[in-house]
Write a protein that binds this ligand. Sequence first.
Ligand code: PEP
Length: 251
Amino acid sequence: MRLKLVAGNWKMHGSLAGNQALLTALVSQLEELNGMRCAVCVPFPYLAQAQASLTGTKLAWGAQNLSQYDKGAFTGEVSASMLLEFGCSYVIVGHSERRALFGETDAVVAVKFAAALAAGITPILCVGETLEERDAGRAESVIARQLDAVIAGSGMVGLAKSVIAYEPVWAIGTGKTASPEQAQAVHAFIRRKLATLDADIAAALIIQYGGSVKAANAAELFSQPDIDGGLIGGASLQVDEFMAICQAAQG
Ligand code: PEP
């Protein structure tokens, strides 16, 4: 059985004081929950705070990006081994905002994915189509291309150590959620596609849904057979919303 994973993506939000209040509340409320896993992916400067506040708790933490390089003259970059020093269990790779706003190509995403794996950090690989691509009937081919780039670099054995997040770009931060049926159809496509390469790995892989998940729609989304939790943006900054989403993921 796949244990659902709910991961918060704080994006570029936070402050030391605000984070502390959020983390303290999440840690105490998560004590009551069972049969699911939960993580928060915070901006780089707050990793030390996450490590200090969350070590030994049920709440894991991670980053939202990493460098494709190990070390060297790469001003402004943060390597996988640096993330490891701050106890990161997860790192988001290939978020659509990084692909669209920072020019990350499939090839760069594949190298970042491999760098995370090499450091022993679980990559949360984001895939998903834009509205234009969906309307043109290209959603599946776009997602297949995004997955194939990573599989070419790390193989199915590498993919087995990751989490996939299906995030339709048109649903991220827009308030427009994919319907449970729309999301399930794509999740099933991803699992079917991966099963042609390795059925056991495909069956065990966590595939999260992301895109305007909130307390009001989480339970229905998570009840779909191939949806194994969520990657949560805006709602992960509000204790009550995020905890209700976590509750919906309990097994
Ligand atoms: C995200 O940033 O990955 C995301 C899904 O955002 P939101 O939940 O705000 O749509």
